[in-house]
Design a protein around this ligand. Structure first.
Ligand SMILES: *Cc1c(COP(=O)(O)O)cnc(C)c1O
Length: 355
């Protein structure tokens, strides 16, 4: 069986060596040695200013919105994973959907200003498949209207834009370290920000609001990353070059063997060093997509309709019409992409798609 993705497992003995450190320390969570080491190594690897590793990639969204969106209207994209919209609603904010660019698939920055009202507090946009949003334009709009720019950068581990980490754009960026993502800690994630004050706001919220043992800065929750998660992260991190190179190989094979008279590819934004996180293809019609998907599934190959449906169609939001996102969501399919997917298999998949 070939799935859309396959979790990268580091050598077991290397994970065990990390676990041994935990047993020796007899320390499982709360700012442990491995957590500190992972934070420092990620900071260096990514070239970011501030990082707070967390227990998954959804808590960072909740916490950023809790800190900065004040239960107001949040301008967001309908073309993302459900966590993006769900976090907005969970934090008692109102999602206001702005349609996407038909080729970059990120929020259409030219349509943001028309959606701003006196209730708008933040913009939460997703760098889709690791493809950066129009960050300069979005940040100019955010500054002009005194809004926070928050990016769901769940797909963006290792992505650089104009020579620096994409996590260094906006007020806050979030990433997921889930098992299906490029870099993982099993479950896990992180929040990134540019200044000390924002860091403090986010940090205390992820640790019950604690100010020392007996005092509190304010309301908080528990989103701390444990030593067990950090052990996995420290075991996976040395393989990032291998992981990205392998995925590049698979993407190059798709590029060389797919029939692009029938399909469109994602258009990467200029000045992007991409991470090969997904291989989406856009069919001409939904019927064509469904036909190819059925054909692949009959061969035990399971691509994924990602993202589908478009999020403004969720039952718990007030729908705005986003015709581009709705249309793309019906026609986009992510093809299998992971370390160790053999060239012959990729050619086989292309043959079934091109047929
Ligand atoms: C994976 C993902 C998330 C959620 O991350 P978790 O670590 O699974 O909580 C949020 N947003 C997007 C765009 C994602 O792909």
């Amino acid at each position: 069986m070939i799935n859309v993705t396959k979790t990268f497992f580091p050598p077991l003995n290397e994970y065990q060596a990390q676990l041994q450190r935990i047993w020796k320390n007899e320390w499982l969570t709360n700012n442990g040695e491995l957590y500190q080491e992972l934070s420092a190594k990620l900071k260096e690897y990514l070239g970011v200013n501030h990082i707070i590793p967390m227990t998954n990639g959804t808590f960072p969204l909740h916490i950023a919105l809790n800190a900065f969106a004040n239960q107001g209207e949040v301008i967001t994209t309908p073309f993302s994973y459900v966590a993006t919209t769900a976090s907005i609603v969970w934090e008692k904010c109102t999602p206001v959907f702005v349609d996407i660019h038909p080729q970059y698939l990120t929020i259409d920055e030219t349509k943001i200003e028309a959606a701003i009202t006196d209730k708008t507090t933040a913009i939460l946009a997703t760098h889709v498949y690791g493809n950066p949003c129009a960050v300069e334009e979005i940040e100019a709009i955010a500054q002009k209207h005194n809004l926070k720019a928050i990016y769901d950068a769940a797909h963006c581990f290792g992505v650089n834009y104009k020579g620096k980490s994409i996590f260094n754009y906006g007020d806050v960026s979030t990433c997921s370290f889930h098992a299906t993502k490029l870099f993982h800690t099993g479950e896990g994630g992180a929040v990134f920000c540019q200044n000390k004050d924002i860091y403090h706001q986010l940090f205390y919220r992820h640790n019950f609001g604690h100010k020392g043992r007996l005092e509190y800065h304010g309301l908080g929750t528990n989103a701390k990353m444990s030593e067990l998660q950090a052990a996995m992260g420290l075991s996976v991190l040395p393989y990032m070059k291998h992981i990205i190179t392998e995925r590049e190989r698979v993407c190059d094979y798709y590029d060389a063997h797919l029939d692009f008279s029938q399909l469109n590819k994602l258009k990467l934004r200029e000045h992007t060093d991409w991470n090969y996180s997904y291989y989406p293809v856009i069919f001409k019609t939904e019927a064509q997509l469904l036909e190819v998907k059925t054909r692949l599934e009959s061969q035990n190959i399971y691509p994924r309709r990602y993202f589908y449906p478009s999020l403004e169609a969720l039952p718990y939001v007030k729908s705005n019409t986003c015709p581009v996102a709705r249309d793309i969501a019906q026609r986009v399919l992510c093809l299998p992409l992971y370390v160790g997917l053999e060239n012959e298999k990729v050619i086989e998949i292309c043959t079934f798609i091109n047929a």
